[in-house]
Design a protein around this ligand. Sequence first.
Ligand SMILES: Cc1cc2nc3c(=O)[nH]c(=O)nc-3n(C[C@H](O)[C@H](O)[C@H](O)COP(=O)(O)OP(=O)(O)OC[C@H]3O[C@@H](n4cnc5c(N)ncnc54)[C@H](O)[C@@H]3O)c2cc1C
Length: 421
Amino acid sequence: MIVIGAGIAGLAAARALRQAGLVVTVLEARQRIGGRVWTDVNDGVPMDVGAGWIHGPDGGNPITALARQAGAATYMTNDDSVMVFDAQGVDVTDRQFSEGSKRVAALRRAVESAMDDDAVSDTSLAAAIRAADDTALADPYVRYELTSNLEFDTGGWLEALSARNHFNDDKYPGKDVLFPGGYAAIPKLLAAGIDIKLGSVVSAIRHTDSYVTVESGGVSYTADYAVVTLPLGVLKQKSVVFSPDLSAGKQASMGRIGIGRINKVFLLFDKAFWPIKTQYFGFHSPLRGRYAYFVNYRTFSDINCLVTFGFGEQGEAVEAMTEAQLIADVSPALKTMFGAAALAPRRAIATRWNSDPFARGAYTFAGVGATERDHLSLAAPEGKRLLFAGEHTHEIYRATVHGAYLSGLREAKRILAAASA
Ligand SMILES: Cc1cc2nc3c(=O)[nH]c(=O)nc-3n(C[C@H](O)[C@H](O)[C@H](O)COP(=O)(O)OP(=O)(O)OC[C@H]3O[C@@H](n4cnc5c(N)ncnc54)[C@H](O)[C@@H]3O)c2cc1C
């Protein structure tokens, strides 16, 4: 068996197949495992450059059990521990969660009821919000809430999100937890004992009714089955050639599902000048999606670090900046929020998921016209031997680590069923 990609989906599939006694080889383009789950420790600080939280750790979320097996400590974050500042630096937390949240809830109800009518075609969430209330998006309270919650969670910019299906994913229960020591403990656990060929960039995949051949760096690998866990961004780019070409149905679904342009920026300081017990800081940034939200490391470690974000168009803007530009760009926001005591960061380290050739974006969302069926189509095998896993193939838990994990198990099960038939 061949598995393409040593992210969570690929590692989950490989581990399950190996545990069932099959011989598995994983081909991974990077010189590391984990894909979009990785902890960079180069600066002496564990920085989760991709996934940070187990979203909904209770109710049987499989990542919780893996964290326990790995002996990885987790820290429960408190969404209610938040301070929100307006564009002038005034603490508007109470108003945000009374007026702002109420207005957003009303808007979402209005969009939902407009989209309930099947005769109405899907449109972008931005257009549907404007149709419900054309002043709403000019309100900084609304803009803040939509960007820091919805655009962050879904990965999609309001202008690109499906008004009908932007948020119908299911969730496990429980308050989100993160890994003070780093999320990389999970891929490390899953990879134990698996034959993983790092630095193996797959360029072509050929399949027939009897076998699959995978080309990587001049080497051909042939197997009974292959599980493709290439991220949707990589599939869309067509940097890997499939023969026969991917079915028209799969390609149409690939077009409808969008890819979030989300980047984190780790800001390291010589000392903390912010309230160290508050979990999150919000900011009515004049640019929607740029430095609207900050995670405070000091709540779960002694590292003087704030993590901020660029979402959507601002995700790309942040990615394009050098470190010096980022420091100059974020410093006024910090001064506005925390006053004269605010220091410039000593370092500003941005993740760059869009330009990463092995990711091409952060995580997937329902674009205009997309439905659950598109995720099912992305999950469907091509022919008898080529299978697909990855967060984008999970119709309920897309865009998450647990969704990726469950998709890998699903495809391992499919192979085991086919092999024993
Ligand atoms: C900034 C960010 C924040 C996130 N936050 C969270 C969070 O808090 N909680 C959460 O649950 N999820 C979060 N996610 C989403 C989560 O990380 C992903 O859904 C999940 O890790 C995807 O796993 P995967 O196996 O499907 O894909 P990947 O992890 O991308 O694995 C695919 C693998 O394929 C490899 N590959 C690519 N091209 C080739 C090639 N040509 N040849 C060989 N190998 C190749 C890649 O290198 C990679 O290792 C976040 C993601 C990002 C980017």
